[in-house]
Design a protein around this ligand. Structure first.
Ligand code: ACO
Length: 357
């Protein structure tokens, strides 16, 4: 059984269409000053007509596999964390599996709103460390622009689209994903939700007319609970990993709102210069925000081999969680053949020997 699960590949995709706060000023009664001071957001990416959660996931997933030097057909599990899947079913992970040609991979989605990526990471880690699979492609992706009421200024200014992916592999290294903690409080579900489109309120002309397919949110309540819950989960994940806050080189929080991020750092007495923030360019991309941030942190030299990283998220449900990992970096050197490949090689030799000349 593997000792550890490590991230060996990562990649992201952000739609090319940029929507600035000035663009939003032309759509709803808002201002760059209001959005910037309340949220830290300056612009966000919006999916074009042909783009969906699965197409963005494929782009991010492919980049992660390239970084890890792994072939799609060797991937054993694909988990997509999303609250904006292409369909109710089939799962977005199945669409990704087909498009990547990951013919041997199991595939399913995880829905825990903005905590979906962390939840998927926790599942992947558990399955890898238990020996159930040797690797998993874990993706966080959202097309929330399609669930927004573009006449509701209290929500439409907050969110953006995108996808981020990580390849997680079994490793005998002494470092890896060292803790994952997850929590939920379903009694607060109605404070942040999309009421219709499921089995309780199926789509009807009435549900569409009443705007029930859009995201609704009690922002103030979310704000208060997010800060406390994220800080508590961070402390729990750090304790479970057997480290202290001083050991953490970089915190990568879910990019919900700059004031929430600052609030978490302040509550933890964690230095703000060790907190990764890119919300100004993407808005809140929900499940995609942490894996996109991981990619940008690595690309800008903020994440180096051996760094201890704290991931922390909060989202609808309510759900929240955190994880501590030691950054391993890209897989270097020659990838050893998988047991299946080795078996194939032996079989190939036998076939070669018995094949008539
Ligand atoms: N532009 C201009 N004015 C606005 C806008 C806008 N886009 N949106 C709301 N306002 C107005 C309100 O109507 C209100 O006006 P009023 O006083 O005349 O009624 C005023 O601004 C203040 O509204 P509040 O809701 O009290 O503003 P607040 O300071 O709480 O900020 C915000 C709102 C940014 C949503 C905040 O509550 C927040 O960040 N909440 C967290 C929500 C969040 O990040 N959710 C993301 C999903 S969950 C997650 O990812 C963690």
């Amino acid at each position: 059984m593997a000792k550890n699960a490590v991230i060996t590949g990562w990649g992201y995709y952000a739609p090319s269409r940029v929507m600035t706060n000035a663009d939003l000023e032309r759509i709803v009664d808002t201002s760059d000053e209001w959005i910037t001071s309340r949220t830290g957001i300056k612009e966000r990416r919006i999916a074009s007509d042909g783009e969906t959660t699965s197409t963005m996931s494929v782009r991010a997933g492919r980049a992660a596999l390239e970084k890890a030097k792994m072939r799609a057909q060797d991937v054993q599990l694909i988990i997509v964390g999303t609250a904006s899947p292409d369909y109710l079913f089939p799962a977005t992970a199945c669409l990704v599996q087909a498009e990547l040609g990951a013919t041997r991979a199991g595939a399913f989605d995880v829905e825990a709103a903005c905590t979906s990526f962390l939840s998927a990471l926790a599942i992947a880690r558990g399955m890898i460390v238990s020996g159930a699979v040797e690797n998993a492609l874990v993706i966080g992706a959202e097309t929330l622009s399609r669930l927004l009421n573009w006449k509701d200024r209290t929500t439409c200014v907050l969110f953006g689209d995108g996808a981020g992916a990580t390849l997680i592999e079994a490793s005998n290294a002494s470092v890896g994903i060292e803790s994952t903690v997850l929590h939920g409080d379903g009694t607060k579900g109605e404070l942040l939700m999309v009421p219709a489109g499921g089995s309780k309120i199926p789509a009807s002309s009435d549900s569409v007319e009443r705007g029930l397919h859009f995201i609704t949110m009690a922002g103030g309540e979310v704000f208060k609970l997010a800060v406390k819950s994220m800080a508590d989960a961070a402390e729990e994940a750090i304790a479970e990993a057997g480290v202290s806050l001083d050991d953490i080189n970089l915190m990568i929080p879910h990019q919900a709102n700059l004031r929430i991020i600052d609030g978490v750092a302040k509550r933890l007495h964690f230095p703000s210069e060790k907190v990764f923030v890119n919300i100004q360019r993407y808005g809140n991309t929900s499940a995609a925000s942490i894996p996109i941030a991981i990619c940008e942190a690595e690309a800008t030299g903020r994440l180096r081999r051996g760094d201890k990283v704290l991931l922390v998220a909060f989202g609808g449900g309510f759900t929240w969680g955190a994880s501590v990992l030691e950054w391993y970096g890209a897989h270097d050197g020659v990838r050893p053949a998988s047991p299946l490949d080795r078996a194939r090689g032996v079989l190939g030799d036998v076939v070669e020997r018995v094949r008539p000349l």
